[in-house]
Design a protein around this ligand. Structure first.
Ligand SMILES: NC(=O)C1=CN([C@@H]2O[C@H](COP(=O)(O)OP(=O)(O)OC[C@H]3O[C@@H](n4cnc5c(N)ncnc54)[C@H](O)[C@@H]3O)[C@@H](O)[C@H]2O)C=CC1
Ligand SMILES: CC(=O)C(=O)O
Ligand SMILES: [Mg+2]
Length: 556
Protein backbone atom coordinates (compact mmCIF):
# COMPACT_ATOMS: atom_id res chain seq x y z
CA UNK A 1 0.00 0.00 0.00
CA UNK A 2 1.35 3.42 -0.92
CA UNK A 3 2.10 5.77 1.96
CA UNK A 4 -0.54 8.48 2.33
CA UNK A 5 0.62 12.04 1.65
CA UNK A 6 -2.34 13.55 3.50
CA UNK A 7 -1.23 15.75 6.45
CA UNK A 8 -1.68 14.16 9.87
CA UNK A 9 -4.23 15.98 12.02
CA UNK A 10 -2.25 18.32 14.30
CA UNK A 11 -2.36 17.77 18.05
CA UNK A 12 -2.98 21.13 19.71
CA UNK A 13 0.15 22.49 21.42
CA UNK A 14 -1.47 22.68 24.85
CA UNK A 15 -1.87 18.90 24.82
CA UNK A 16 1.69 18.27 23.64
CA UNK A 17 3.78 20.41 25.95
CA UNK A 18 4.05 18.63 29.33
CA UNK A 19 4.55 21.94 31.12
CA UNK A 20 1.30 23.32 29.70
CA UNK A 21 -0.86 20.24 29.46
CA UNK A 22 -3.77 19.78 31.87
CA UNK A 23 -5.28 16.89 29.87
CA UNK A 24 -8.86 16.09 30.84
CA UNK A 25 -8.67 18.83 33.50
CA UNK A 26 -8.81 21.65 30.92
CA UNK A 27 -12.05 23.50 31.69
CA UNK A 28 -14.61 24.16 28.97
CA UNK A 29 -13.60 27.82 28.49
CA UNK A 30 -9.92 26.77 28.38
CA UNK A 31 -10.72 24.14 25.76
CA UNK A 32 -12.45 26.78 23.62
CA UNK A 33 -9.66 29.30 24.06
CA UNK A 34 -6.82 26.86 23.37
CA UNK A 35 -8.32 25.23 20.27
CA UNK A 36 -9.15 21.99 22.07
CA UNK A 37 -12.88 21.90 21.26
CA UNK A 38 -13.83 18.29 20.57
CA UNK A 39 -10.28 17.04 21.18
CA UNK A 40 -10.94 15.71 24.68
CA UNK A 41 -13.73 13.53 26.15
CA UNK A 42 -16.48 15.84 27.40
CA UNK A 43 -16.10 15.28 31.15
CA UNK A 44 -13.78 17.72 32.92
CA UNK A 45 -11.78 16.08 35.73
CA UNK A 46 -10.05 17.67 38.70
CA UNK A 47 -6.30 17.25 39.23
CA UNK A 48 -7.17 15.02 42.21
CA UNK A 49 -9.30 12.73 40.01
CA UNK A 50 -6.54 12.56 37.40
CA UNK A 51 -4.04 11.73 40.14
CA UNK A 52 -6.29 8.93 41.39
CA UNK A 53 -6.51 7.43 37.90
CA UNK A 54 -2.80 7.80 37.17
CA UNK A 55 -1.90 6.19 40.49
CA UNK A 56 -4.20 3.22 39.70
CA UNK A 57 -2.51 2.82 36.32
CA UNK A 58 0.89 3.03 37.99
CA UNK A 59 0.02 0.35 40.53
CA UNK A 60 -1.00 -1.99 37.71
CA UNK A 61 2.57 -1.99 36.34
CA UNK A 62 4.32 -5.30 36.91
CA UNK A 63 7.80 -4.21 38.01
CA UNK A 64 9.69 -1.25 39.39
CA UNK A 65 11.25 -0.62 35.98
CA UNK A 66 7.80 -0.66 34.34
CA UNK A 67 6.67 1.86 36.97
CA UNK A 68 9.67 4.05 36.18
CA UNK A 69 8.83 3.92 32.46
CA UNK A 70 5.16 4.66 33.17
CA UNK A 71 6.09 7.64 35.33
CA UNK A 72 8.52 8.98 32.73
CA UNK A 73 5.76 8.81 30.12
CA UNK A 74 3.49 10.73 32.47
CA UNK A 75 6.33 13.20 33.08
CA UNK A 76 6.50 13.74 29.32
CA UNK A 77 2.72 14.18 29.05
CA UNK A 78 1.72 16.28 32.04
CA UNK A 79 4.32 17.51 34.53
CA UNK A 80 1.82 18.91 37.01
CA UNK A 81 0.08 15.56 37.31
CA UNK A 82 3.45 13.76 37.51
CA UNK A 83 4.56 15.94 40.44
CA UNK A 84 1.16 15.67 42.09
CA UNK A 85 1.42 11.90 42.41
CA UNK A 86 5.15 11.97 43.14
CA UNK A 87 4.57 14.40 46.01
CA UNK A 88 1.61 12.47 47.39
CA UNK A 89 3.46 9.13 47.33
CA UNK A 90 7.02 10.30 47.84
CA UNK A 91 8.15 7.45 50.12
CA UNK A 92 6.88 4.85 47.64
CA UNK A 93 7.91 6.62 44.44
CA UNK A 94 11.28 8.19 45.25
CA UNK A 95 12.94 4.76 44.87
CA UNK A 96 11.17 4.41 41.48
CA UNK A 97 12.05 7.73 39.83
CA UNK A 98 15.38 7.89 41.62
CA UNK A 99 17.74 5.54 43.46
CA UNK A 100 17.68 2.52 43.11
CA UNK A 101 15.35 1.96 40.10
CA UNK A 102 16.81 4.84 38.10
CA UNK A 103 19.98 2.71 37.88
CA UNK A 104 18.06 0.03 36.01
CA UNK A 105 16.40 2.64 33.77
CA UNK A 106 19.86 3.97 32.89
CA UNK A 107 21.17 0.50 32.02
CA UNK A 108 18.16 -0.12 29.76
CA UNK A 109 17.93 3.44 28.39
CA UNK A 110 18.52 2.72 24.70
CA UNK A 111 16.03 -0.15 24.74
CA UNK A 112 13.26 1.41 26.86
CA UNK A 113 13.62 4.77 25.08
CA UNK A 114 10.30 6.45 24.22
CA UNK A 115 11.07 10.12 23.73
CA UNK A 116 13.91 12.46 24.65
CA UNK A 117 13.93 14.64 27.75
CA UNK A 118 16.71 17.12 28.40
CA UNK A 119 19.53 18.43 26.25
CA UNK A 120 22.10 16.13 24.66
CA UNK A 121 25.47 17.79 24.16
CA UNK A 122 27.86 15.73 22.06
CA UNK A 123 31.62 16.12 22.15
CA UNK A 124 31.54 15.36 18.43
CA UNK A 125 29.50 18.53 17.87
CA UNK A 126 30.89 20.76 20.57
CA UNK A 127 30.28 23.84 18.45
CA UNK A 128 26.53 23.15 18.48
CA UNK A 129 26.24 23.62 22.25
CA UNK A 130 24.78 27.12 22.18
CA UNK A 131 22.41 26.15 19.38
CA UNK A 132 21.24 23.14 21.38
CA UNK A 133 20.43 25.27 24.44
CA UNK A 134 18.77 27.91 22.21
CA UNK A 135 16.19 25.37 21.04
CA UNK A 136 14.69 25.59 24.54
CA UNK A 137 13.78 29.22 23.84
CA UNK A 138 14.67 30.23 27.38
CA UNK A 139 16.13 33.63 28.24
CA UNK A 140 18.97 34.55 30.62
CA UNK A 141 16.58 34.99 33.57
CA UNK A 142 14.61 31.83 32.91
CA UNK A 143 16.80 29.05 34.34
CA UNK A 144 17.59 28.32 38.01
CA UNK A 145 19.28 24.97 37.77
CA UNK A 146 21.04 22.67 35.29
CA UNK A 147 22.01 19.10 36.23
CA UNK A 148 24.64 17.55 33.97
CA UNK A 149 26.44 14.22 33.89
CA UNK A 150 29.07 12.61 31.70
CA UNK A 151 27.91 9.28 33.19
CA UNK A 152 31.33 7.79 33.85
CA UNK A 153 30.41 6.63 37.39
CA UNK A 154 26.63 6.35 37.57
CA UNK A 155 25.70 5.54 41.19
CA UNK A 156 27.84 2.44 41.82
CA UNK A 157 27.19 0.87 38.39
CA UNK A 158 29.89 2.56 36.35
CA UNK A 159 29.90 3.97 32.82
CA UNK A 160 26.52 4.09 31.07
CA UNK A 161 27.14 6.70 28.40
CA UNK A 162 24.12 8.59 27.13
CA UNK A 163 21.74 6.60 29.37
CA UNK A 164 23.13 8.76 32.17
CA UNK A 165 20.69 11.49 31.07
CA UNK A 166 18.22 9.69 33.34
CA UNK A 167 20.29 10.52 36.43
CA UNK A 168 20.06 14.20 35.49
CA UNK A 169 16.30 13.79 34.98
CA UNK A 170 15.91 11.83 38.26
CA UNK A 171 17.95 14.31 40.30
CA UNK A 172 15.80 17.16 38.94
CA UNK A 173 12.59 15.29 39.77
CA UNK A 174 13.82 15.04 43.36
CA UNK A 175 14.66 18.76 43.43
CA UNK A 176 11.08 19.57 42.48
CA UNK A 177 9.27 16.95 44.55
CA UNK A 178 11.44 17.49 47.63
CA UNK A 179 12.08 21.23 47.55
CA UNK A 180 9.63 22.78 45.10
CA UNK A 181 12.23 23.83 42.54
CA UNK A 182 10.17 25.13 39.61
CA UNK A 183 10.28 22.46 36.86
CA UNK A 184 9.76 25.15 34.20
CA UNK A 185 13.15 26.59 35.15
CA UNK A 186 15.47 23.56 35.06
CA UNK A 187 17.42 21.66 32.39
CA UNK A 188 18.74 18.07 32.40
CA UNK A 189 21.95 17.65 30.39
CA UNK A 190 23.88 14.69 29.02
CA UNK A 191 27.51 15.47 28.21
CA UNK A 192 28.09 12.65 25.74
CA UNK A 193 31.85 12.10 25.49
CA UNK A 194 31.51 8.43 24.47
CA UNK A 195 31.58 5.32 26.65
CA UNK A 196 34.11 2.67 27.56
CA UNK A 197 31.43 0.02 28.15
CA UNK A 198 31.91 -2.68 25.51
CA UNK A 199 28.30 -3.88 25.64
CA UNK A 200 27.08 -0.37 24.70
CA UNK A 201 29.69 0.06 21.97
CA UNK A 202 28.53 -3.22 20.44
CA UNK A 203 24.80 -2.60 20.88
CA UNK A 204 23.24 -1.58 17.55
CA UNK A 205 20.44 0.20 19.41
CA UNK A 206 22.77 2.22 21.67
CA UNK A 207 21.72 5.86 21.33
CA UNK A 208 24.92 7.65 22.33
CA UNK A 209 28.24 8.30 20.63
CA UNK A 210 29.61 4.89 19.69
CA UNK A 211 33.23 5.54 20.48
CA UNK A 212 35.42 5.32 23.54
CA UNK A 213 35.45 8.13 26.07
CA UNK A 214 37.34 11.16 24.90
CA UNK A 215 39.87 12.12 27.57
CA UNK A 216 42.64 14.66 28.05
CA UNK A 217 42.73 18.11 26.47
CA UNK A 218 39.67 17.57 24.25
CA UNK A 219 37.58 16.49 27.25
CA UNK A 220 38.76 19.45 29.30
CA UNK A 221 37.97 21.87 26.47
CA UNK A 222 34.46 20.38 26.18
CA UNK A 223 33.79 20.82 29.92
CA UNK A 224 35.13 24.34 29.85
CA UNK A 225 32.95 25.15 26.87
CA UNK A 226 29.93 23.75 28.70
CA UNK A 227 30.63 25.90 31.76
CA UNK A 228 31.16 29.02 29.66
CA UNK A 229 28.11 28.45 27.49
CA UNK A 230 25.70 27.43 30.26
CA UNK A 231 26.72 30.23 32.59
CA UNK A 232 26.68 32.94 29.95
CA UNK A 233 23.32 31.88 28.50
CA UNK A 234 21.78 31.24 31.95
CA UNK A 235 23.71 33.36 34.45
CA UNK A 236 21.32 32.63 37.32
CA UNK A 237 21.64 28.85 37.03
CA UNK A 238 23.27 26.62 39.61
CA UNK A 239 25.38 24.09 37.68
CA UNK A 240 25.00 20.69 39.38
CA UNK A 241 27.56 18.01 38.42
CA UNK A 242 26.53 14.38 38.92
CA UNK A 243 28.24 11.01 38.60
CA UNK A 244 31.49 12.00 36.91
CA UNK A 245 34.44 9.60 37.23
CA UNK A 246 36.83 10.06 40.14
CA UNK A 247 39.61 11.60 38.06
CA UNK A 248 37.31 14.35 36.73
CA UNK A 249 34.77 15.02 39.50
CA UNK A 250 37.13 16.68 41.94
CA UNK A 251 39.36 18.27 39.31
CA UNK A 252 36.42 20.08 37.71
CA UNK A 253 35.16 21.34 41.08
CA UNK A 254 38.60 22.48 42.21
CA UNK A 255 39.45 24.13 38.89
CA UNK A 256 36.19 25.97 38.36
CA UNK A 257 34.50 26.12 41.80
CA UNK A 258 35.72 29.67 42.46
CA UNK A 259 34.63 30.97 39.04
CA UNK A 260 31.31 29.32 38.31
CA UNK A 261 28.29 28.50 40.46
CA UNK A 262 29.10 24.78 40.58
CA UNK A 263 27.94 22.06 42.93
CA UNK A 264 29.34 18.53 42.87
CA UNK A 265 26.69 16.38 44.45
CA UNK A 266 28.76 13.23 44.90
CA UNK A 267 31.47 15.07 46.82
CA UNK A 268 29.70 18.00 48.47
CA UNK A 269 26.11 16.75 48.78
CA UNK A 270 27.18 13.30 49.94
CA UNK A 271 29.75 14.79 52.31
CA UNK A 272 27.15 17.07 53.86
CA UNK A 273 24.39 14.46 54.31
CA UNK A 274 26.89 12.02 55.80
CA UNK A 275 28.13 14.73 58.13
CA UNK A 276 24.50 15.29 59.21
CA UNK A 277 24.10 11.57 59.97
CA UNK A 278 27.47 11.55 61.77
CA UNK A 279 26.47 14.55 63.92
CA UNK A 280 23.39 12.59 65.05
CA UNK A 281 25.36 9.38 65.61
CA UNK A 282 28.01 11.21 67.64
CA UNK A 283 25.29 12.59 69.92
CA UNK A 284 24.08 9.05 70.61
CA UNK A 285 27.53 7.46 70.96
CA UNK A 286 28.85 10.10 73.35
CA UNK A 287 32.33 10.04 71.72
CA UNK A 288 33.09 13.65 70.75
CA UNK A 289 33.53 14.45 67.07
CA UNK A 290 37.16 15.48 67.65
CA UNK A 291 37.99 11.95 68.87
CA UNK A 292 36.31 10.00 66.05
CA UNK A 293 38.43 7.52 64.10
CA UNK A 294 37.22 7.05 60.53
CA UNK A 295 37.95 4.15 58.18
CA UNK A 296 36.81 4.79 54.59
CA UNK A 297 36.37 1.68 52.43
CA UNK A 298 36.34 2.88 48.79
CA UNK A 299 38.46 6.04 48.57
CA UNK A 300 36.93 7.58 45.45
CA UNK A 301 34.85 10.70 44.80
CA UNK A 302 32.26 10.13 47.54
CA UNK A 303 34.54 8.45 50.09
CA UNK A 304 37.18 11.17 50.14
CA UNK A 305 34.53 13.92 49.80
CA UNK A 306 33.01 12.58 53.02
CA UNK A 307 36.41 12.14 54.70
CA UNK A 308 37.17 15.81 54.02
CA UNK A 309 33.92 16.96 55.61
CA UNK A 310 34.31 14.73 58.67
CA UNK A 311 37.93 15.82 59.11
CA UNK A 312 36.80 19.47 59.01
CA UNK A 313 34.10 18.66 61.59
CA UNK A 314 36.76 17.15 63.90
CA UNK A 315 38.81 20.34 63.53
CA UNK A 316 35.80 22.51 64.34
CA UNK A 317 35.30 20.38 67.43
CA UNK A 318 38.80 21.11 68.70
CA UNK A 319 41.16 18.62 66.99
CA UNK A 320 44.26 20.09 65.36
CA UNK A 321 44.33 19.74 61.55
CA UNK A 322 47.20 17.26 61.87
CA UNK A 323 45.40 15.16 64.49
CA UNK A 324 42.13 15.15 62.53
CA UNK A 325 43.85 14.08 59.31
CA UNK A 326 45.67 11.33 61.20
CA UNK A 327 42.31 10.01 62.43
CA UNK A 328 41.30 9.03 58.87
CA UNK A 329 42.36 5.76 57.19
CA UNK A 330 41.60 5.15 53.50
CA UNK A 331 41.22 1.69 51.95
CA UNK A 332 40.93 1.17 48.22
CA UNK A 333 41.65 -1.68 45.79
CA UNK A 334 45.28 -1.77 46.97
CA UNK A 335 44.19 -2.28 50.61
CA UNK A 336 45.04 0.33 53.27
CA UNK A 337 46.59 3.25 51.40
CA UNK A 338 50.16 4.07 52.40
CA UNK A 339 52.74 6.48 51.05
CA UNK A 340 54.74 5.35 48.06
CA UNK A 341 52.08 2.96 46.70
CA UNK A 342 51.50 2.98 42.93
CA UNK A 343 48.26 4.30 41.38
CA UNK A 344 47.39 6.74 44.14
CA UNK A 345 45.18 9.72 43.36
CA UNK A 346 46.12 13.25 44.38
CA UNK A 347 43.06 13.70 46.55
CA UNK A 348 43.95 10.61 48.61
CA UNK A 349 47.40 11.94 49.52
CA UNK A 350 46.56 13.89 52.71
CA UNK A 351 45.39 10.67 54.35
CA UNK A 352 48.12 8.22 53.31
CA UNK A 353 49.69 6.34 56.22
CA UNK A 354 53.38 5.99 56.87
CA UNK A 355 54.42 2.44 55.84
CA UNK A 356 56.49 2.20 59.06
CA UNK A 357 53.38 2.80 61.17
CA UNK A 358 51.55 -0.15 59.64
CA UNK A 359 54.48 -2.54 59.19
CA UNK A 360 53.39 -6.00 60.21
CA UNK A 361 49.64 -5.33 59.76
CA UNK A 362 49.44 -7.55 56.69
CA UNK A 363 49.85 -11.18 57.66
CA UNK A 364 51.59 -12.09 54.41
CA UNK A 365 53.34 -8.78 53.80
CA UNK A 366 50.84 -7.98 51.01
CA UNK A 367 47.81 -5.66 51.03
CA UNK A 368 46.39 -4.64 54.41
CA UNK A 369 42.77 -5.76 54.47
CA UNK A 370 39.69 -4.01 55.81
CA UNK A 371 39.43 -6.56 58.63
CA UNK A 372 43.02 -6.07 59.72
CA UNK A 373 42.67 -2.29 59.57
CA UNK A 374 39.56 -2.42 61.76
CA UNK A 375 41.32 -4.68 64.26
CA UNK A 376 44.35 -2.42 64.46
CA UNK A 377 42.67 1.00 64.33
CA UNK A 378 39.49 0.29 66.33
CA UNK A 379 37.57 2.89 64.32
CA UNK A 380 34.46 4.59 65.64
CA UNK A 381 33.11 5.20 62.10
CA UNK A 382 33.22 2.77 59.19
CA UNK A 383 32.18 4.19 55.84
CA UNK A 384 31.40 2.17 52.70
CA UNK A 385 31.67 3.93 49.34
CA UNK A 386 33.31 1.08 47.43
CA UNK A 387 30.48 -0.43 45.35
CA UNK A 388 31.55 -3.82 46.80
CA UNK A 389 28.46 -5.73 47.87
CA UNK A 390 28.95 -7.64 51.11
CA UNK A 391 32.38 -6.12 51.93
CA UNK A 392 31.29 -5.45 55.53
CA UNK A 393 31.30 -9.05 56.70
CA UNK A 394 30.23 -10.40 60.05
CA UNK A 395 33.91 -10.56 61.08
CA UNK A 396 34.43 -6.89 60.18
CA UNK A 397 31.37 -5.73 62.11
CA UNK A 398 32.19 -7.91 65.11
CA UNK A 399 35.74 -6.54 65.13
CA UNK A 400 34.36 -3.04 65.04
CA UNK A 401 31.91 -3.70 67.86
CA UNK A 402 34.77 -5.16 69.91
CA UNK A 403 36.70 -1.89 69.60
CA UNK A 404 34.01 0.67 70.30
CA UNK A 405 30.76 0.74 72.30
CA UNK A 406 28.47 2.24 69.60
CA UNK A 407 30.04 1.59 66.19
CA UNK A 408 28.91 4.02 63.49
CA UNK A 409 28.51 2.05 60.26
CA UNK A 410 27.51 3.78 57.02
CA UNK A 411 27.36 1.40 54.02
CA UNK A 412 26.52 4.10 51.48
CA UNK A 413 27.03 2.39 48.12
CA UNK A 414 24.11 2.40 45.69
CA UNK A 415 22.09 0.77 44.26
CA UNK A 416 20.95 -2.30 46.24
CA UNK A 417 23.33 -4.65 44.45
CA UNK A 418 26.33 -2.63 45.69
CA UNK A 419 25.62 -2.02 49.39
CA UNK A 420 28.48 -3.17 51.67
CA UNK A 421 26.11 -4.83 54.19
CA UNK A 422 22.41 -4.82 54.96
CA UNK A 423 21.32 -3.08 58.18
CA UNK A 424 19.51 -6.17 59.56
CA UNK A 425 22.83 -8.04 59.51
CA UNK A 426 24.85 -5.16 60.95
CA UNK A 427 22.36 -4.80 63.79
CA UNK A 428 22.40 -8.53 64.56
CA UNK A 429 26.22 -8.82 64.32
CA UNK A 430 26.73 -5.78 66.58
CA UNK A 431 23.99 -6.98 68.97
CA UNK A 432 21.94 -3.85 68.38
CA UNK A 433 24.80 -1.43 69.08
CA UNK A 434 25.57 -0.13 65.58
CA UNK A 435 24.36 3.30 64.47
CA UNK A 436 23.55 2.93 60.80
CA UNK A 437 22.86 4.98 57.69
CA UNK A 438 22.60 3.65 54.13
CA UNK A 439 22.44 5.14 50.64
CA UNK A 440 19.45 3.07 49.56
CA UNK A 441 16.04 3.12 51.25
CA UNK A 442 15.76 0.29 53.79
CA UNK A 443 12.68 -0.68 55.85
CA UNK A 444 12.89 -0.60 59.67
CA UNK A 445 14.59 -3.54 61.38
CA UNK A 446 13.17 -5.27 64.49
CA UNK A 447 15.79 -6.59 66.90
CA UNK A 448 15.43 -7.62 70.52
CA UNK A 449 12.19 -5.68 70.98
CA UNK A 450 13.51 -2.44 69.43
CA UNK A 451 12.49 -0.99 66.06
CA UNK A 452 15.54 0.44 64.33
CA UNK A 453 14.68 3.09 61.72
CA UNK A 454 17.45 3.27 59.17
CA UNK A 455 18.53 6.74 58.07
CA UNK A 456 18.87 7.18 54.32
CA UNK A 457 22.16 9.05 53.99
CA UNK A 458 21.59 9.67 50.34
CA UNK A 459 22.50 13.10 49.07
CA UNK A 460 18.82 13.40 47.98
CA UNK A 461 18.03 14.08 51.62
CA UNK A 462 20.11 17.25 51.46
CA UNK A 463 20.81 18.60 47.98
CA UNK A 464 17.21 19.75 47.28
CA UNK A 465 17.25 22.11 50.29
CA UNK A 466 20.79 23.21 49.53
CA UNK A 467 19.84 23.96 45.92
CA UNK A 468 16.70 25.84 46.90
CA UNK A 469 18.68 27.97 49.38
CA UNK A 470 21.33 28.65 46.74
CA UNK A 471 18.71 29.70 44.21
CA UNK A 472 16.71 31.88 46.63
CA UNK A 473 19.86 33.66 47.86
CA UNK A 474 21.26 33.92 44.32
CA UNK A 475 24.58 32.81 45.85
CA UNK A 476 27.47 33.35 43.45
CA UNK A 477 29.21 30.17 44.68
CA UNK A 478 28.34 27.24 46.94
CA UNK A 479 30.60 27.75 49.96
CA UNK A 480 31.79 25.41 52.72
CA UNK A 481 29.69 27.43 55.20
CA UNK A 482 26.55 26.84 53.11
CA UNK A 483 27.24 23.08 53.04
CA UNK A 484 27.83 23.05 56.77
CA UNK A 485 24.66 25.06 57.43
CA UNK A 486 22.70 22.52 55.37
CA UNK A 487 24.21 19.56 57.25
CA UNK A 488 23.58 21.16 60.62
CA UNK A 489 19.99 22.09 59.67
CA UNK A 490 19.26 18.49 58.62
CA UNK A 491 20.83 17.08 61.81
CA UNK A 492 18.93 19.56 64.00
CA UNK A 493 15.62 18.18 62.72
CA UNK A 494 16.20 14.72 64.19
CA UNK A 495 14.68 13.51 67.45
CA UNK A 496 17.10 10.96 68.93
CA UNK A 497 15.30 10.35 72.20
CA UNK A 498 13.85 6.93 71.30
CA UNK A 499 16.08 3.81 71.08
CA UNK A 500 16.53 2.86 67.43
CA UNK A 501 15.67 6.39 66.21
CA UNK A 502 16.71 7.30 62.68
CA UNK A 503 19.84 9.46 62.41
CA UNK A 504 18.24 11.60 59.70
CA UNK A 505 14.75 13.00 59.00
CA UNK A 506 12.54 10.52 57.12
CA UNK A 507 11.77 10.82 53.40
CA UNK A 508 8.12 11.29 54.40
CA UNK A 509 8.95 14.78 55.72
CA UNK A 510 11.50 15.64 53.04
CA UNK A 511 9.61 18.65 51.70
CA UNK A 512 9.31 20.28 55.14
CA UNK A 513 12.90 19.35 55.94
CA UNK A 514 14.18 20.84 52.66
CA UNK A 515 12.37 24.11 53.41
CA UNK A 516 14.10 24.42 56.79
CA UNK A 517 17.46 23.48 55.26
CA UNK A 518 17.05 26.02 52.46
CA UNK A 519 16.39 28.86 54.94
CA UNK A 520 19.59 27.93 56.83
CA UNK A 521 21.52 27.94 53.53
CA UNK A 522 20.16 31.39 52.62
CA UNK A 523 21.32 32.75 55.98
CA UNK A 524 24.76 31.20 55.51
CA UNK A 525 25.04 32.66 51.98
CA UNK A 526 24.14 36.10 53.30
CA UNK A 527 26.59 35.69 56.20
CA UNK A 528 29.37 34.71 53.81
CA UNK A 529 28.70 37.68 51.56
CA UNK A 530 27.98 35.53 48.47
CA UNK A 531 24.22 36.18 48.31
CA UNK A 532 23.11 38.45 45.48
CA UNK A 533 19.54 38.69 46.64
CA UNK A 534 18.65 39.39 50.24
CA UNK A 535 15.41 39.21 52.13
CA UNK A 536 14.44 40.32 55.64
CA UNK A 537 12.81 36.94 56.22
CA UNK A 538 14.72 34.03 54.60
CA UNK A 539 12.17 31.43 55.75
CA UNK A 540 9.37 33.38 54.08
CA UNK A 541 11.42 33.93 50.92
CA UNK A 542 12.09 30.19 50.69
CA UNK A 543 8.46 29.30 51.31
CA UNK A 544 7.25 31.67 48.61
CA UNK A 545 9.75 30.32 46.09
CA UNK A 546 8.50 26.74 46.35
CA UNK A 547 6.56 25.54 43.31
CA UNK A 548 3.41 23.49 43.92
CA UNK A 549 1.83 21.04 41.48
CA UNK A 550 -1.44 22.88 40.77
CA UNK A 551 -2.98 23.97 37.50
CA UNK A 552 -2.72 27.70 37.08
CA UNK A 553 -5.40 29.30 34.83
CA UNK A 554 -5.57 28.31 31.14
CA UNK A 555 -2.42 26.71 29.85
CA UNK A 556 -0.12 28.49 32.30
N1 LIG B 1 24.69 7.66 49.53
C1 LIG B 1 24.98 8.61 48.69
O1 LIG B 1 24.40 9.70 48.70
C2 LIG B 1 26.02 8.39 47.66
C3 LIG B 1 26.54 7.15 47.46
N2 LIG B 1 27.51 6.98 46.53
C4 LIG B 1 27.91 5.60 46.29
O2 LIG B 1 29.27 5.44 46.58
C5 LIG B 1 29.81 4.48 45.69
C6 LIG B 1 31.06 5.06 45.08
O3 LIG B 1 30.72 6.17 44.26
P1 LIG B 1 31.83 7.17 43.76
O4 LIG B 1 32.65 7.62 44.90
O5 LIG B 1 31.16 8.16 42.90
O6 LIG B 1 32.70 6.19 42.86
P2 LIG B 1 34.26 6.14 42.68
O7 LIG B 1 34.53 5.25 41.53
O8 LIG B 1 34.81 7.52 42.66
O9 LIG B 1 34.75 5.44 44.04
C7 LIG B 1 34.67 4.08 44.32
C8 LIG B 1 35.99 3.67 44.95
O10 LIG B 1 35.90 2.33 45.43
C9 LIG B 1 37.08 1.68 45.08
N3 LIG B 1 36.93 0.23 45.07
C10 LIG B 1 36.39 -0.53 44.10
N4 LIG B 1 36.52 -1.83 44.43
C11 LIG B 1 37.11 -1.88 45.63
C12 LIG B 1 37.52 -2.93 46.48
N5 LIG B 1 37.32 -4.20 46.14
N6 LIG B 1 38.10 -2.61 47.66
C13 LIG B 1 38.29 -1.33 48.01
N7 LIG B 1 37.96 -0.29 47.22
C14 LIG B 1 37.37 -0.56 46.05
C15 LIG B 1 37.43 2.25 43.71
O11 LIG B 1 38.77 2.02 43.35
C16 LIG B 1 37.12 3.72 43.91
O12 LIG B 1 38.22 4.45 44.42
C17 LIG B 1 28.72 4.17 44.67
O13 LIG B 1 28.10 2.95 44.97
C18 LIG B 1 27.75 5.29 44.81
O14 LIG B 1 26.44 4.88 44.56
C19 LIG B 1 28.03 7.99 45.80
C20 LIG B 1 27.55 9.27 45.95
C21 LIG B 1 26.46 9.53 46.87
C1 LIG C 1 23.23 9.04 45.38
C2 LIG C 1 24.27 9.33 44.42
O1 LIG C 1 24.45 10.46 44.02
C3 LIG C 1 25.11 8.26 43.93
O2 LIG C 1 24.99 7.14 44.40
O3 LIG C 1 25.93 8.54 43.04
MG1 LIG D 1 25.68 10.50 42.29
Amino acid sequence: MANSTAPTPATPGALVDPLLNHGAAFTQPERDELGLTGRLPSRVLTLEQQAQRAYQQLEAQGSDLAKNVYLEQLHDRNETLYYKILGEHLVELLPIVYDPTVGEAIEKYSHEYRRPRGVFLSIDQADAMEKAFSTLQLGPEDVDLIVCTDAEQILGIGDWGVGGIQISVGKLAVYTAAAGIDPHRVIAVSLDVGTDRESLLKDPLYLGNRHRRVRGADYDAFIEKYLRTASSMFPRALLHFEDFGPSNARRILETYGGTYRIFNDDMQGTGAITLAAALSAVKVSGVPMRDQKLVVFGAGTAGVGIADQLRDAMIRDGASPQQATAQVWLIDRQGLLTRGMPDLRDFQRPYLRDPAEVAGWAADGGAISLLETVRQVEPTILLGTSTVHGAFTRQVIEAMAAGTERPIVFPLSNPNSRIEAMPADIIAWSKGKALIATGIPVPPVEYDGVTYRIAQANNALLYPGLGLGTIVSGASTVTAAMLLAAAQAVADQVDLTQPGASLLPPVASLRESSEVTAAAVVKAAVGEGVATSTSADPAQAVHQAMWEPVYVGGAA
